[in-house]
Design a protein around this ligand. Structure first.
Ligand SMILES: Cc1cc2nc3c(=O)[nH]c(=O)nc-3n(C[C@H](O)[C@H](O)[C@H](O)COP(=O)(O)OP(=O)(O)OC[C@H]3O[C@@H](n4cnc5c(N)ncnc54)[C@H](O)[C@@H]3O)c2cc1C
Length: 652
């Protein structure tokens, strides 16, 4: 039976220690030859072999595209909780290129010689199942609390979860015995036997056992990939390709891993045999009207939300659904918990237009646009709707050096922009937090550390490319679509989806960066005084003030954070000194820095906002006595746990 999987081809490489760079070189040949997988044996008791984890990490660093897997990992010598972390780490370091081939153990004399107990075949199955549960449990960082498992062979007692792998690492299981096959059907993502150990009829029998076991737990047999380690076939391409195509069409084998440490063999396999097998199989599938099967599991499909035409997602447009591994990382935003029905991640303006067309076909379904996910209103996520998430459109490029003109994608974060422009001694007035996205801030305003000297972000906008609701892609600048250009500078979210921004940026060198904490117990007087000092200060100073709820028995603390756009220490001290006289200083910190360093204050981790955001803001011309007294009353009453005043100055 053909399960309709996408065909993949790999290499089985001997981890020889005698010539340690040889397996690395073979993995590079495999990658250059177009193979999908480089796999390595794991025999820790074999002194002529390199350690598999160390070798795989080295190979990952020396390659860019090819996936890496142990073929297969010796479980009895690898405690599962440690193994989970190692696998997730390699997956993260390699950019999601790790598959976990897992074996219950063999060569028991050798295993015992390394200190692990000998297990019977029946015990090995139980131990493997317990290990799989622990590994998956530790990868599941969405679950709160530590992991407890009290198995017959493996125990964890509140083990901390994580790291979370970069992708849903498939667990591929070797071995042939029926108990193992049934475990694979219940819990595995792939069956990885070696042709050399198979008797005629074993593939068909093995598939039947796996399929029945899968069905017994409500899984679709398509969810389990069928891999095969093979030896070199006939030297000419076509007969070999026909042999393999027949295995796919009759037994559903969809990953062929060739054994043999010969670069010529790998090149021939990757460049000639693999394309020929693909061609034969796709011709046969086309003849029977069958294509590639969905890679989503039955559970994943059951989590789809009503009203969304999941099968109608435009081709080539990346989509994340509620049942997908990546979903929990993209469903919520910084400020709000969300549960969208689908998250589309376009990479070009044309794909954004296609995503908008998809959304137009769903008139009753909420639609959100997201760039950095820091929107205060939380509108960039929703419940059951469509999200157009622009994170992949994050290029930053200089388009005219003399005019300091740069083009920036909406998915870039402001700390990335600051770092990229800092290389040229430039900066673009943005916000105070490096994790905020370009798209939301640059369509709204942008009040940040350079605001009094360099204005708002939108003051620097010279052109934008926008996808409108009808799917058309427009350029807007002072002379082309000037109305649109006017609207995008402040009300961008209401008129379309901006797919790129062109900004004229400023020359900004070293700056002064200060944090001063005051005893502001006489809050109204302090606020009034602070406002007057900011208004009187030269424009190279931009200052923000943060106050929170007052703790019982403690003074009201006010923290001023300020940037002085000058590399001169005397100027910086000069600007800050008047503030230092305003109220008793509790703490002070001033340093020469750069805008890029000040903005490098966020991480790239997933956003995990929960509930609904509650925030309000307003513009003030001056801090009047009335305002200062009202603010004091509000803070005294515990009306805000985070109250912030920002100084700015908008260009006329
Ligand atoms: C921790 C934090 C610090 C902040 N600091 C500052 C600051 O210093 N200065 C400041 O001015 N603001 C600041 N903000 C506010 C922030 O700038 C806005 O909320 C901004 O809209 C966030 O942009 P985003 O792309 O990250 O958000 P998202 O949540 O992705 O989007 C926010 C809104 O913009 C719309 N939108 C997003 N991308 C596009 C696009 N490409 N085209 C059209 N519309 C789009 C969305 O539909 C949504 O309504 C801060 C917010 C947070 C949470």
């Amino acid at each position: 039976m053909d399960y309709g999987h996408r065909l993949e081809f790999g290499a089985f490489i001997t981890p020889t220690a005698a010539d340690p760079m040889a397996p690395v070189a073979l993995a590079r040949v495999a990658e250059a030859s177009g193979l999908d997988l480089a796999t390595f044996q794991d025999h820790p008791y074999q002194p002529s072999f390199l350690d598999a984890w160390t070798l795989m990490s080295f190979v990952a660093a020396q390659t860019e595209r090819i996936r890496i897997a142990p073929n297969v990992l010796n479980l009895p010598l690898r405690p599962p909780a440690v193994l989970a972390g190692a696998a997730a780490s390699l997956d993260l370091l390699s950019g999601g290129r790790f598959d976990l081939g897992l074996g219950a153990g063999g060569f028991w004399d050798a295993i015992e010689s390394m200190g692990a107990p000998r297990l019977s075949p029946a015990e090995s199955v139980v131990a493997l199942e317990e290990a799989i549960d622990i590994i998956r449990g530790l990868w599941n960082t969405g679950e709160r609390g530590g992991l407890f498992a009290d198995g017959e062979f493996h125990h964890v007692r509140g083990a901390k979860r994580g790291p979370r792998p970069a992708h849903e690492i498939p667990i591929l299981i070797g071995a042939l015995k029926p108990r193992m096959l049934r475990l694979r059907g219940r819990k595995g993502d792939g069956w990885l036997p070696s042709m050399a150990y198979l008797q005629p009829g074993d593939l068909a029998k093995g598939n039947t056992v796996i399929d029945e076991a899968a069905a017994s737990v409500g899984r679709d047999p398509h969810e389990i990939r069928r891999l095969l380690n093979i030896g070199a076939g006939p030297s000419s391409t076509q007969p070999w390709a026909e042999e393999l195509a027949q295995l796919t069409l009759e037994h559903g084998t969809s990953t062929f891993i060739v054994m043999g440490d010969d670069p010529n063999l790998l090149a021939h396999f990757g460049q000639e045999v693999a394309p020929a097998v693909r061609e034969l199989v796709s011709a046969e599938r086309a003849r029977h009207g069958t294509g590639e099967a969905s890679t989503r599991s039955t559970i994943a499909l059951s989590r789809r939300r009503d009203g969304i035409d999941y099968d109608g997602v435009p081709e080539g447009l990346a989509a994340i659904e509620p049942g997908d591994f990546a979903y929990s990382e993209v469903s919520s935003t910084y400020m709000r918990g969300g549960a969208p029905g689908i998250i589309l991640q376009p990479e070009t303006a044309e794909q954004v237009a296609a995503a908008v067309a998809f959304a137009r076909r769903h008139p009753g379904i909420p639609l959100s646009t997201r760039s950095g996910g820091h929107g205060i209103s939380g509108r960039s996520t929703n419940d059951g709707g469509i999200v157009i998430d622009l994170r992949r459109m994050n290029d930053i490029e200089v388009i005219d050096h003399d005019r300091r003109l740069v083009r920036i994608g909406p998915g870039a974060r402001w700390m990335e922009v600051a770092a990229a422009l800092g290389e040229f001694g430039w900066a673009l007035s943005s916000g105070d937090y490096g994790g905020v996205g370009v798209g939301g801030l640059a369509t709204a305003g942008g009040i940040g550390w350079l605001a009094r000297e360099h204005g708002l972000t939108i003051d620097h906008l010279r052109a934008a490319e926008i996808v409108l609701a009808d799917g058309s892609i427009k350029r807007a600048d002072a002379s082309t679509n000037p109305d649109l250009f006017w609207a995008v500078r402040g009300a961008g979210a209401n008129i379309g989806i901006v797919t790129s921004f062109e900004f004229e940026v400023s020359e900004v060198g070293e700056i002064g960066w200060a944090q001063l904490s005051f005893d502001a117990s006489d809050t109204a007087a302090f606020l009034e005084g602070w406002g007057a000092l900011v208004e009187a200060a030269p424009r190279d100073l931009t200052a923000f003030l943060i106050l929170g709820g007052r703790r019982p028995g403690q003074p009201q603390v006010a923290t001023m954070m300020a940037v002085v756009d000058s590399p001169d220490p005397d100027t910086i001290i000069d600007r800050l000194n008047p503030f230092a006289q305003l109220a008793p200083l509790l703490q002070q910190f001033v340093q020469l820095s750069t805008y890029a360093r000040v903005m490098a204050n966020a991480d790239h981790g997933p956003q995990s906002g929960a509930g609904e955001p509650l925030a309000s803001s307003a513009l003030l011309d001056h801090i009047t006595p009335e305002f200062a007294q009202a603010a004091e009353r509000m803070l005294e009453a515990g009306g805000s746990y985070f109250f912030q005043l920002r100084s700015t100055w908008a260009h006329a």
